[in-house]
Design a protein around this ligand. Structure first.
Ligand code: NAG
Ligand code: NAG
Ligand code: NAG
Length: 374
């Protein structure tokens, strides 16, 4: 009886053993492979990051930064960010954090761990193969310390298209300042605009002459001149710029820039020079003088380009009519004629005939000083 009585119990344990055995036999490999899969995924992710990091010249950049922090110069505060750091700073690149859409990508507002507010620029696509050259440019730009140049704080290289981290400039762009709905405040007249122009010109002159090799902007426009809370100009987007090419092969770079501001000589030769920036800056000055956009689409077909329109008017001596009424009220005829003459020199078809950025800055500065004494 006891034997019989025990039988069902034994049967039960056997069943339990079988079920457990089968479960473990089936699920353990399953869990193991899942775990392995996760591990592999993670390793692949790390390897992908490492690959991009190396492709984007990260190793070179790290070395460069280390070399500089060894010397008295310091690393310039330049930092290589991880992808996670920037995701956290921008709230996963939330739509609410978008500061603006540029031609090259999207700019997000970010807050770093130490509460520093930054602008993170994420390019849409790689326009060119990332190289060591990129890292070199990054490093040179990071060493620039000019009060009128937006400071490059760091970059993230472990993604396909490197992301750039800039200092945050709070008060929008010169473009919005001139053409925005807010309009110019009556108490911040043309003299403020002129001062902003001088600061931007000084920044460009500095980049052209003080750095070696010279750093060209390549996309000077009012939308790239940012303003801080004291309305100080800060030239941005040197990231889109090219260092002056040193060899023939590199000269034929892809034409970049913005319609309405492009140096015609650059279009013909595909060779960006410091004088291309001078031309574009001439267009910026015209925009300030006329409060018209570089290209506007509300006029008749032939009047769409501000430069052509203005040149035509100068030819027949009617350019004063194109100037903004507030500008005409604030400036003397002589000053306006001198500035117009300067603009026309900047817009000369031949780059050689154009003044340098340094001369432009000096001449404009003279007018600012004169205005202050009136
Ligand atoms: C850093 O310094 C070392 C030793 O001085 C040098 O070999 C190396 O090329 C430097 N790296 C860079 C990126 O300048
Ligand atoms: C921009 O600057 C103007 C003039 O200083 C100031 O009144 C305005 O509040 C500033 N705007 C922002 C968003 O900081
Ligand atoms: C360019 O500058 C030269 C020399 O100053 C001048 O003779 C020429 O007329 C200018 N061209 C244009 C299109 O302004």
């Amino acid at each position: 009886m006891t034997e019989n009585g025990c039988l069902p119990k034994d049967n039960f344990t056997l069943a339990l053993k079988v079920v457990t055995g089968v479960s473990v036999g089936v699920f353990l490999p399953f869990f193991m492979s899942f775990w392995l899969y996760l591990g592999l995924q993670k390793r692949r992710l790390i390897r992908t990051k490492q690959k991009f990091f190396e492709l984007n010249g990260g190793v070179f950049l790290q070395q460069q930064i280390r070399n500089y922090s060894d010397t008295s110069k310091g690393g310039g505060g330049f930092k290589i960010f991880t992808k996670e750091e920037l995701e956290k700073a921008t709230n996963n690149f939330a739509a609410g954090r978008v500061l603006g859409h540029g031609g090259h990508g999207i700019v997000y507002k970010g807050v770093l761990e130490d509460k520093t507010v930054v602008a993170v620029k994420k390019s849409k696509t790689t326009e060119e193969v990332p190289t060591k050259e990129f890292a070199r440019e990054m490093f040179i730009l990071s060493q620039i310390n000019h009060k009128n140049v937006v400071k490059l704080l760091g970059c993230c290289l472990e993604v396909e298209v490197p992301m750039l981290v800039y200092e945050f400039v709070s008060n929008g762009t010169l473009y919005h300042y001139i053409h925005g709905s807010r309009g110019l405040d009556s108490d911040t007249g043309f003299n403020t605009c002129l001062r902003i122009a001088v600061e931007a010109a000084e920044a460009l002159a500095y980049m052209h002459s003080s750095a070696s090799p010279p750093i060209l902007h390549g996309d000077v426009k009012t939308a790239n001149i940012l303003l801080d809370d004291k309305l100080t100009a800060k030239v941005s987007d040197f990231g889109a710029s090219k260092l002056a090419p040193t060899d023939e092969a590199k000269m034929a770079t892809l034409v970049q820039g913005t319609c309405g501001y492009l140096d015609p000589e650059y279009l013909m030769t595909c060779r960006l020079t410091d004088k291309s920036d001078v031309y574009s800056f001439g267009v910026v000055l015209l925009e300030l003088l006329t409060r018209k956009k570089a290209l506007y689409f509300d006029g008749p077909e032939e009047d769409r380009s501000l430069v052509l329109c203005f040149m035509m008017a100068v030819k027949v001596g009617q350019h004063q009519d194109l100037l903004d009424s507030q500008v005409r009220d604030e400036m003397t005829i002589e000053a306006l004629e001198e500035i117009t003459h300067l603009v026309m020199r900047c817009l000369n078809m031949s780059g050689e005939e154009r003044p340098t950025m340094k001369e432009v800055a000096e001449r404009l500065e003279m007018h600012v000083r004169k205005q202050m004494h009136i």
